[in-house]
Design a protein around this ligand. Structure first.
Ligand code: ADP
Ligand code: MG
Length: 470
């Protein structure tokens, strides 16, 4: 029977990538065979669950290929084969079992239960700071808009029922869009519920530094213990830094497995999706994809205004809605910058004893070299482009596709996408009910031409922008 398994392994090797093969198949051992059932042993519940979810059919096919017979495959961890029925039942559905254990029994479950005794706000802040987090990064202080509502909801779900909904939760998005804020909000929420919960927050760089120190001090046990046994919720910020750092990844991989297996929640943030992360081993990337992957997009103008208003209130800065509009229109892609600029403006106005007016804000933005272009709309862009090329707006919105009309139309689409926050489908509608793929194609084509520079399109676009933002 061992020979059959070895032959099946060779078969499997041709069906999966070598990374996956190494991660998942090399450690499967043939245990025994009885009544058409092929029993395989694996190292732990984590492996068992993963292989069952992803590779069971493949394994059965490979065995069938080798033996010419259909066989059922049963996986379990080695000890479990000797322990008999009870254990067997629990292991058949380890995740379900772990889940109901948390609901049913008071033991382990206490970790994540609501505790009404709670702690005072000061005590909570202290706990939050002790865990290396910012007490201001709460769900309440996070402004929700279309660009982040999915991730926000996922984080709330994870905070409400850790390790039960999405595990791991993988959050990704550009700089300054609120990843760290949401990550910590999960931790703050959990500490609020249960002051004794063991929440660990750290960046992947800190993880690596601690690992290096422990290796140097030959104190790996303490290192491993604190992550594997002394942690209910692991929040790892900016995982991209461990790309290419092989031994850190190796250690993180094992930490991940140990936590996952004992039903602990893991949340990770990154600047890219798991597939796009350079230098991350496939077995780690595949674990990241196991739970839920949620991305955060740059906020639209309304959300930016709402964020400014919320921060102004929190910091006691008097700000009119004109100023909010000006700032939100000038700083588009990064909430941290938006917030930083508001705070600087507020501080300067109060130092100089002047109110924060639009004029004052413009002047300050000039000095900070932030170009404060006014907000423009699609209608204005269309009108400007049409008059530049001497066509009518109804032609632009109409169906005709002669070059004299389609080229200005594409330029207007490109400019609208670049300078307003409308989506492709919205733009399609504004351009007289065109399909969003038409808008997308125009933006892509012109984006490339602008990038190349020195062609008629690039020149027209530069001219038009200088007219629009005069
Ligand atoms: P990231 O980790 O994605 O680079 P951060 O979480 O550090 O971004 O966010 C940068 C700053 O912007 C933080 O002060 C955060 O509180 C704030 N911020 C980002 N998004 C929001 C939001 N939707 N509502 C309120 N504050 C936000
Ligand atoms: Mg961050």
């Amino acid at each position: 029977m061992h020979d059959i398994w070895n032959a099946a392994l060779r078969e499997l090797q041709t069906k999966v990538s070598s990374d996956n093969f190494e991660s998942w198949f090399e450690n499967i051992r043939h245990h025994h065979y009885a009544d058409q059932v092929f029993y395989l042993a694996v190292d732990d519940d984590f492996f068992k669950a993963w292989i069952e979810d992803n590779y069971l059919d493949l394994i059965e096919d490979a065995l069938c290929e080798v033996t010419g017979e259909t066989m059922e495959v049963v996986l379990d961890i080695e000890e479990a084969f000797d322990e008999g029925e009870e254990r067997q039942v629990e292991l058949d559905e380890p995740r379900k079992a772990a889940r109901s254990a948390r609901i049913d029994d008071g033991g382990q479950a206490a970790l994540f239960e609501y505790t009404d005794e709670g702690s005072t706000p000061q005590e909570l802040d202290q706990k939050v700071s002790d865990s290396g987090m910012n007490p201001r990064y709460t769900f309440d202080e996070f402004v929700v808009g279309t660009s982040n509502q999915f991730t926000y909801a996922a984080c709330r779900a994870v905070a409400n029922t850790p390790a039960d909904t999405y595990n791991p939760l993988f959050i990704f998005g550009g700089v300054g869009l609120g990843k760290t804020h949401l990550l910590q909000a999960i931790g703050v929420e959990m500490l609020d519920r249960d002051p004794n919960a063991k929440v660990m927050y750290l960046s992947s760089e800190e993880f690596m530094n601690q690992l290096i120190t422990s290796l140097r001090n030959k104190d790996m046990n303490t290192f491993r213990n604190q992550f594997r046994n002394d942690c209910d919720l692991l929040l790892v910020d900016d995982i991209q830094f461990i790309g290419g750092k092989d031994s850190t990844q190796e250690e993180f991989f094992h930490t991940f497995n140990a936590l996952y297996q004992s039903g602990k929640q893991i949340v990770v943030t990154s600047d890219k999706s798991p597939q796009d992360l350079p230098g991350i081993e496939e077995r780690l990337a595949s674990r990241f994809s196991w739970g839920l992957i949620a991305d955060i997009q740059p906020p639209g103008i309304e959300t930016r205004v709402a964020i400014l208003e919320q921060k102004a209130e929190a910091d006691g800065i008097e700000m009119s809605s004109d100023v909010a509009m000006l700032l939100a229109g000038s700083i588009r892609s990064n909430v941290r910058e938006l917030e930083g600029t508001l705070i600087r403006l507020g501080a300067q106005a109060s130092l100089m004893g002047t109110p924060l007016t639009v004029e004052f804000a413009r002047e300050m933005l000039d000095r900070m070299n932030i170009d404060h272009r006014r907000q423009i709309g699609v209608d204005e862009i269309m009108r400007t482009v049409c008059s530049h090329f001497d066509i009518t707006v109804s032609d632009m919105k109409g169906p005709r596709r002669t070059r004299a009309i389609s080229e200005p139309r594409q330029i207007a689409m490109y400019l609208s996408r670049k300078h307003t926050s409308h989506s492709y489908p919205e733009l399609g509608r504004k351009f007289g009910g065109k399909d969003h793929t038409t808008v997308l194609a125009a933006c892509k084509k012109l984006g490339e031409l602008v990038e190349m520079g020195d062609n008629d399109f690039a020149h027209s676009i530069a001219d038009l922008e200088s007219i629009l933002f005069r």
